[in-house]
Design a protein around this ligand. Structure first.
Ligand SMILES: Nc1nc2c(ncn2[C@@H]2O[C@H](COP(=O)(O)OP(=O)(O)OP(=O)(O)O)[C@@H](O)[C@H]2O)c(=O)[nH]1
Ligand SMILES: [Mg+2]
Length: 369
């Protein structure tokens, strides 16, 4: 396994030599991989490149590329391109230069890849990992909430640390995403790359580590711009998902279900049965139709067949109940707040939220990839 350690730097003169030395020490026992280092510097005015050039004289496995400053995302992409296309890397291990990422954890990221993961993530938010204890409460909350917004906003709750930059991944994800990744020049690159890699089938393994504050130099992050880009990324990718072809199919199937529900209700009422019995029968028949059609068509690429259909169908009933609860609560809250006449508007809102609920449940739980 050929590994290139990609280190983006902008004004990291005090840190880069220490980091390279520490990494070398950490990999001392992991010689089963072929490892080289690639510093991606953006012509740092503090002379980071000169420090690296001096270091290179005694360390033949250290390389450096320089470019103009276009943001962290661009630098990372340049690093990946160099590593995967010109240095024959199978795996890139990416690490910040500011010593925030404990170098002794790096071999563990590589072991994760060796053991079958395709995307190893250094994680502050799983047991064993941590954000600095000396951070004030507000900063801690900020960090945890920011990360949770991504985690829940993208609805990939199984991955805990989205915003860090300590990772190792295989070439596959670079090949699959590098063209689209060009548009993420800043820090949001980290989130987008992990997200797109998951969509391309990444097997994610999180490895805990203790994040520490940088000792030297300054943070380059611009919080307001970063937060704006995070929200934008979440909104755009969710919108794309919702307007996707499978969402259209889901809508057609739902409409058929709605017609079945209504027709059965009408027929049973006309036959002299109680409307509650008609409504319940109609709803269950609609659920059966929705299940069969979504299984065969909307999520046909992940179809369940044979005996497995029974537990799936039960699960499907339970999640459908979720939409029913959302709808009922919406109507109830609407009428309590705005009076009985508001029932129809709150019903429509409830149906809308229920639809999103169902789609998320179907695509992420029932017909999970
Ligand atoms: N080449 C390059 N590297 C960058 C750029 N911006 C940041 N970096 C590097 O990316 C890494 C992370 O940047 P930091 O400024 O430490 O950002 P952070 O770690 O998210 O923020 P802190 O928690 O304050 O340290 C560091 O190694 C930086 O030197 C850039 O525009 N170009
Ligand atoms: Mg940092």
């Amino acid at each position: 396994m050929k590994v290139v350690v990609v280190i983006p730097t902008y004004n990291e003169r005090e840190n880069i030599r220490v980091l390279l030395t520490e990494l070398d020490k950490a990999f001392g026992t992991a010689k089963k991989y072929s490892i080289s280092y690639l510093v991606v510097d953006d012509t740092s005015p503090d002379g980071t490149a000169q420090v690296v050039e001096t270091f290179r004289k005694t360390h033949k496995d250290v390389f450096i590329i320089s470019g103009k400053k276009e943001g962290l995302g661009k630098a990372l992409l340049r690093g990946m391109t160099q590593a995967f296309e010109h240095m024959d890397a199978d795996v890139v291990l990416q690490i910040d230069a500011d010593l925030s990422h404990d170098p002794t954890v790096a071999p563990r990221l590589l072991s994760a890849i060796d053991n079958g993961a395709t995307f190893a993530v250094g994680s502050r938010y799983i047991p064993g990992g941590a954000i600095p204890g000396n951070w004030g409460l507000i900063r801690k909350i900020y960090s945890i909430i920011g990360n949770s917004i991504v985690r829940f906003g993208l609805w990939h709750i199984d991955v805990r640390d989205w915003t860090g930059g300590y990772r190792a991944y295989t070439k596959k994800f670079y090949l699959a995403t590098h063209r689209e990744m060009e548009k993420y020049s800043g820090y949001v690159f980290q989130i987008a790359f992990l997200h797109k890699s998951i969509h391309h089938g990444a097997i994610v393994k999180e490895i805990p580590f203790h994040f520490t504050d940088r000792l030297y130099g300054h943070s380059k992050i611009a919080p307001a711009e970063y937060i704006f880009n995070i929200y934008k990324y979440i909104a755009v990718s969710r919108f794309q998902e919702i307007t996707s072809w499978s969402f259209f199919k889901f809508g057609v199937v739902g409409t058929i279900g709605f017609i079945i529900n209504t027709v059965v209700l009408e027929l049973m009422v006309r036959a002299g049965l109680h409307p509650a019995a008609g409504s319940a029968t109609g709803a269950e028949l609609a659920i059966i139709s929705n299940f069969l059609l979504n299984n065969a068509w909307t999520f046909g690429d992940r179809k369940v067949i044979g005996k497995k259909m029974i537990p799936k169908f039960l699960q499907f009933n339970i999640t459908s109940l979720g939409a029913l609860i959302i709808q009922t609560v919406s109507v109830w809250v609407g009428t309590v707040l705005f009076g009985k006449s508001a029932y129809f508007v709150s019903y429509i809102i409830g149906v809308g939220v229920g639809l999103v609920w169902n789609y998320i449940m179907y695509s992420r739980v029932i017909w999970k990839k």
